[in-house]
Design a protein around this ligand. Structure first.
Ligand code: NDP
Length: 251
């Protein structure tokens, strides 16, 4: 039923009007494409990342379109941010916006494509921290603002290695299993509310992460970030009200 709804879904030009959406990893790849498209569809977007120049470039691209709301930049490096930094981000969002309608997790790193035997423990910790622990802390910090939305939607970006273990995918694979578990736990804990908590596996997408994972492949055969946005927009749009605890494939 939920899949059927997505299959038939086509969005209107103002599908995300009046929505306030926080997108992590919005400086590049899928997060960047989603931030620009969400702004075009009427949302106010808060664009998160760790690189000021790249975030400002996304900001400029959004305000190039006079119909778009001005985005807000949220700079926060997942590797180094303290819990106080997350709390003060949460406070300033509460003060400036009063609520958030959507939280989309796109930030992530690949780590190393090596065997468990050879995996560097420091890198393992870094991948687990950026891909799993920091999104948990951010989600927890933003829950009060999400609770002030009538129809809050939280989206996690998983992967083809989020449900089936695969040799040489190390910490990345484990972090994506964790992401799906986290999404399911949160969905169950909030089942009696209007929260929608879901995962998306975007499939193979032409980004810098994919290039790092498969340096030798023919990149012309890959989908662009813009081509995998449909399930994200569906889950942010009120058309998906009532759908929670699902994992969608974008391709
Ligand atoms: P990109 O590498 O293009 O973008 C990743 C984003 O995460 C960038 O904005 C990057 O910032 C940000 N980021 C990385 N590290 C940190 C950090 N320490 N603090 C804050 N932000 C950080 O990757 P994709 O767009 O490909 O990936 C988006 C999501 O999709 C990821 O969760 C990935 O696992 C998932 N995915 C991607 C697939 C693909 O084929 N591309 C396939 C399956 C899943 P910066 O610009 O500074 O590097």
């Amino acid at each position: 039923m939920a899949n059927e709804k997505l299959k038939n879904y086509k969005y209107d030009y103002d599908a995300l009007k009046n929505k306030i959406i926080f997108i992590t990893g919005a400086s590049d790849g899928i997060g960047k494409a989603l931030a620009i498209q969400s702004a075009k569809l009427g949302a106010e977007v808060i664009i998160h990342g760790r690189n000021k120049k790249r975030l400002e470039a996304v900001y400029d691209e959004i305000i190039d379109d006079p119909k778009c709301h001005k985005p807000v930049i949220a700079m926060l490096d997942y590797e180094t941010a303290s819990s106080e930094t997350f709390s003060s981000l949460s406070e300033s969002i509460m003060n400036d916006f009063k609520r958030i309608d959507g939280l989309v997790h796109c930030a992530g790193i690949l780590g190393d494509r090596s065997s468990i035997e050879q995996y560097d423990p420091g890198l393992w910790q870094k991948v687990m921290h950026v891909n799993l622990t920091a999104p948990f802390v951010l989600t927890q910090a933003l829950l009060p603002s999400l609770k002030l939305s009538k129809q809050p939607s939280v989206i996690f970006t998983s992967s083809g290695v989020g449900q089936v273990g695969k040799a040489f995918w190390g910490a990345y694979c484990v972090s994506k299993f964790g992401t799906e578990a986290f999404s399911q736990i949160l969905a169950q804990e909030l089942i009696h509310t209007t929260f929608r908590i879901n995962c998306i596996n975007p499939g193979a997408v032409k980004t810098k992460m994919r290039l790092a994972a498969y340096p030798a492949e023919d990149r012309d055969k890959l989908k662009s970030p813009e081509e995998v946005l449909l399930p994200y927009i569906f889950l942010l749009d009120d058309e998906s009200i009532g759908i929670t605890n699902k994992c969608y494939d974008a391709q």
